[in-house]
Design a binder for this molecule. Structure first.
Ligand code: GLU
Length: 617
């Protein structure tokens, strides 16, 4: 089964599949090590079994070899049960019962603190038995809860291998001794035999190396199963589980493992190895021959090779872009889609640098937002309004939330205006900024960057004393008539048809035939187009005194955008045929009309150019 399951017809293989195939082929001949025999049933394992699986955070599984052969999870269960104990009892209580220090002793050592009886860590048997004793019954019993917990990680029903369980139960005298000793110290405070029975069952859960890889991927994915989308463990416990795997997961090889492989991992005596790299992947390897420390020989080799090939050591310095700022610019460069009066346009052109737009991107953490926060503070003297766009931020950690909220509070307290676009899609951040916005009038949450920019423009125009646009502008004052003489205007007005529409009404639809120009006398309208995923993009907002639909005069035969009334509107429809008829008698009419249309189209082109420039950064 070396070819891997993804071989396509043209013989190409995804590179990861190819590497797994190669590693499988090159290590399948390694025959060092011995199958565990101290649990008699484990000695029946076929020493040649060998499977490798890797699960990515979009839930894809790469697999090669014996990936569907079931084996018992053994010690790999320990970190996961530790996670359940943390959920059941909280961190402080669990820490009072089980320590966090690597013992340096063998996994089955009776390594208890001489005074308190507290086991050194939850990965040695003593610590794991104590941890099993901490799992609560809930509304079923500890074993059922453990199984359900493991099933959330594997996304499939799991069973216990009873032959292995009874084999260990009959021969596990050392573990029994440990269990009773823990009872003596009150680390286990119930019947030690029941806790041991639970522990033996937990170790005998039957899994495959696909399961292990997916379990690793759940931890790497912040505790959420990337295939089912179900949460397997609360986010705050993930790093705790991974840290005990990192410091004590590979028996006495833990130090060298971190040095060479650098991924939190756990192995078990049945031959399984599970590794998890936060934010990247989960790995499961199964090969029953163990080295002197109890780790699968081929499992260690595979993880070592994978880590080298793909730079998976968690202590590698990530070569990511350190800046979370994708683009930053002032409002002289980019404007909102609201068409402004000539006076407002001039003012924004002159003073646009007093408002600044920051587009943030990627995973926001300390390193990616710290510099932005410094820049925002340093510029505060010259800037009155900030528009911060989170649309392209894919995530945010608690550190970045802390830093940004502190910045926002300070900016607001200093009287700055801040509009946040699309901040609410970031879990944890959305709630914090909503709370801030409730108490700070200068802080506004809006849906997109365009709205944020519009809000900043409005505030800036207010500060600059530019009057708000009039809500009613008489028809003869419409910009469409600029440069026309009084008679022509009167003649056009005579053939214009008066219309009105309530708020939200559709005035024009994509595909309508384009035979008229519209002159707005009251209210405002927005021109929009539909984008994929039922998103809508605004192309322009016009207010009283402006004209729309003029491209009907320059060759457009059908409408290419929708127009909707933003408020109750009154407007006049002027048929292009009427304008052309007047123009036949007096060519100067057409010249003036086209000059006005050209002026508007040129200003739209300028805005589109500025936007393209900003997008290309
Ligand atoms: N059930 C096994 C024991 O307690 C687990 C050991 C292991 O996988 O390290 O001996």
């Amino acid at each position: 089964m070396l070819a891997g399951e993804m071989n396509s017809e043209n013989g190409l293989l995804p590179p990861v599949q190819r590497l797994l195939n190669e590693l499988h082929a090159s290590y399948a001949g390694v025959a060092e090590g011995n199958v565990a025999t101290y649990i008699p049933e484990l000695s029946l394992a076929n020493p040649e079994w060998f499977g490798i699986a890797l699960v990515t955070l979009d839930g894809h599984t790469y697999a090669v070899g014996d990936c569907d052969v079931p084996f018992t999870i053994q010690s790999i269960s320990k970190p996961f049960v530790y996670g359940l104990a943390l959920e059941d009892n909280g961190e402080d209580y669990v820490l009072s019962r089980v320590g966090l220090e690597p013992s340096g002793d063998a996994f089955n050592a009776i390594s208890l603190d001489p005074g308190s009886g507290r086991p050194s860590n939850p990965m040695i048997n003593a610590g794991a038995i104590a941890t099993a004793g901490l799992v609560k019954a809930g509304d079923s019993d500890p074993l059922t809860r453990m199984l359900r917990m493991f099933e959330t990680y594997t996304g499939r029903a799991l069973t216990i291998d009873d032959a292995v369980r009874s084999s260990e139960s009959e021969t596990g005298h050392r573990n029994r001794a440990i269990g009773h000793l823990l009872r003596n110290f009150d680390i286990v405070d119930s019947d030690p035999e029941a806790v041991l029975d639970l522990y033996f069952r937990q170790c005998s859960i039957s899994v495959t190396c696909r399961d292990l890889a997916l379990m690793g991927a759940c931890l790497a994915n912040g505790g959420v199963n990337p295939v089912t989308g179900e949460r397997a463990i609360r986010a705050e416990h993930v790093s705790r589980v991974l840290s005990v795997m990192g410091s004590c997961g590979m028996y006495n090889y833990a130090g060298e493992w971190i040095y060479r492989v650098g991924m939190p991992a756990k192995s078990g005596v049945a031959g399984g190895v599970l590794a998890s790299l936060v934010g990247q992947l989960g790995i499961g390897v199964f090969s029953p021959r163990l080295d002197a420390r109890g780790n699968s020989v081929r499992g260690v080799l595979v993880c070592d090779s994978l880590s080298r090939a793909y730079s998976l050591n968690m202590l590698n310095v990530p070569n990511v872009s350190r800046s979370g700022v994708r683009a930053a610019y002032g409002l002289t460069e980019v404007r909102s889609k609201r068409r402004r009066s000539a006076e407002a346009s001039v003012a924004l052109h002159r003073e646009g640098e007093r408002a600044r737009v920051y587009e943030l991107q990627g995973q926001l953490n300390f390193a990616s937002v710290e510099r932005f926060s410094r820049d925002a503070v340093e510029r505060a003297d010259e800037i009155d309004a900030y528009a911060i766009d989170f649309k392209r931020a894919t995530g945010i950690d608690a550190g970045a939330i802390e830093l940004l909220c502190n910045l926002l509070e300070q900016l607001c307290a200093a009287g700055e205006i801040v509009a946040l676009a699309d901040a609410e899609h970031l879990p944890g951040f959305g709630e914090r900024v909503e709370a801030l916005a409730a108490t700070h009038t200068g802080l506004r949450l809006v849906e997109n960057r365009d709205e944020a920019i519009e809000w900043c423009e409005d505030r800036l125009l207010e500060t600059l004393g530019v009057p708000e646009p009039a809500s009613v502008v008489a028809l003869e004052e419409n910009e469409f008539f600029d440069g026309l003489d009084v008679e022509t205007i009167a003649a056009l007005m005579a053939v214009a048809k008066q219309m009105s529409a309530p708020i939200g009404a559709r005035i024009m639809n994509v595909g309508d035939s384009a035979t008229s120009v519209f002159l707005l006398v009251r209210g405002s309208v927005s021109v929009t187009i539909d984008l994929p995923d039922s998103e809508v993009a605004r192309l322009a907002t016009y207010s009283a005194g402006m004209a729309f639909g003029q491209s009907a005069l320059v060759g457009e035969t059908v409408r290419t955008a929708d127009v909707t009334a933003d408020s109750e509107v009154e407007y006049f429809e002027l048929r292009t045929a009427e304008i052309e008829a007047l123009g036949r008698d007096d060519p100067r009419v057409l010249a003036a009309v086209y000059r006005n249309v050209a002026r508007d189209l040129a200003s739209e082109l300028r805005m589109a150019g500025a936007e393209i420039r900003a997008l290309a950064i």
